[in-house]
Design a protein around this ligand. Structure first.
Ligand SMILES: C[S@@+](CC[C@H](N)C(=O)[O-])C[C@H]1O[C@@H](n2cnc3c(N)ncnc32)[C@H](O)[C@@H]1O
Length: 327
């Protein structure tokens, strides 16, 4: 039987072989023992696979924090349950499971990232077709990442994507990372069709083998999940909410200041990892609140008028005027 290069494939082949021996009763003990050893080795190898970034592109994944996160996890050796409330790509849950295989790790996959992982081979096939189209267009020459693809080629690629969508599934986030200018994300065909394309397609295939092995997956609002675990002993929560003042266009829901502040409520009386950035000014706000413990809402009783401001075709915000008359 031809040996496949990937450990998980090899594992499948050996399991199939072992089943076949058993079926025909033609098993030679030496082969059986050798097979068992190889199978065990492959299982361990598979378990050991350590991802230092999410298998598929994900905005806001904590890859830059992994080293520090692993170091700090050592202080939580008494904890037996870790709940990643804002799981995103699952990278933190994966990392905890790698470091603490004995612990229960719950990954709250609010964006259904798992669907993207389950469809990884379709995404690889689609990218291979687009890669081929680009090669064909340039007779093997390709394009540098910085060069905008010609309109004719862009249209051909869009047609391939459209055809794929008719078949049922397209991972627009991975496509965005492969075709759009850095940091831009489309979540539908219509959004993608409005953009200019660049050749940023990875040369190798995406792979997520063993990524979420042993991790429990949920898909619920973080408050509900928190309420299920908050009274259990030895729980540690991981809180990495969407950042304020940053682009969250590829996430499932809108995230405002109120949502952001509500998360702070969960930090009382719990063990946690909480991620934020100085862009959000949240630490500054917390320090200010400590210094002014008696302050209420200074806008209480004020009225509000809003004016919409368009920055460009896709971004807009609201200017607000609060007013209140006393006496
Ligand atoms: C900054 S990302 C988390 C990134 C993650 N730590 C990683 O390394 O990939 C925040 C995540 O919270 C999710 N989210 C937004 N609203 C949520 C809610 N109400 N409950 C749970 N998750 C939510 C977003 O969709 C996004 O996936």
């Amino acid at each position: 039987m031809k040996r496949s290069s990937h450990p998980s494939q090899q594992l499948k082949v050996y399991i199939a072989l072992r089943q076949r021996y058993a079926l025909f009763g033609a098993m030679d003990t030496r082969f059986y023992v050798r097979d068992c050893k190889i199978t065990k080795k492959l299982i361990n190898k598979r378990k050991m696979k350590n991802y230092t970034k999410a298998p598929l592109p994900f905005q806001g994944q904590k890859r830059g924090f992994l080293k520090l996160f692993k170091e700090c996890l050592n202080d939580f050796n008494d904890k037996v349950i870790f709940v990643d409330l804002f799981g995103g790509s699952g990278l933190l849950a994966h990392t905890i499971k790698q470091q603490r295989p004995d612990a229960r790790v719950i990954y709250n996959d609010y964006d259904w990232y798992i669907n993207r992982l389950n469809n990884i081979s379709r995404t690889n096939d689609l990218l291979a077709k687009i890669r081929f189209e680009i090669q064909d267009f340039t007779r093997g020459g390709g394009f540098s990442k910085k060069v905008r693809l010609p309109e004719e080629l862009r249209r051909k690629i869009l047609q391939i994507i459209y055809d794929e969508e008719q078949k049922g599934y397209v991972d627009y986030i991975t496509l965005s990372a492969s075709l759009l200018f850095s940091g831009q994300f489309a979540t539908s065909y219509e959004e993608l069709a409005k953009e200019c394309f660049y050749n940023k397609i990875k040369q190798s295939e995406y792979n997520a083998d063993g990524y979420l092995d042993g991790v429990e997956i949920t898909h619920i609002d973080y408050k509900v999940l928190f309420s299920l675990y908050k009274y259990l002993p030895n729980v540690c929560f991981v809180l990495d909410p969407p950042y304020l003042s940053t682009d969250c266009s590829s996430y499932t829901s809108y995230w405002g200041l109120k949502d952001y502040l509500e998360v702070l409520d969960l930090l009382q009386w719990t063990s946690y990892f909480y991620f934020t950035s100085n862009k959000t000014s949240i630490v500054e706000l917390c320090q200010w609140l400590t210094m002014h413990p008696n302050i209420g809402n200074p806008l209480e009783g004020a009225q509000c008028k809003e004016v919409a401001v368009n920055i460009n075709k896709t971004s807009k915000y609201k200017d607000m005027m609060f007013y209140k008359k006393i006496g």
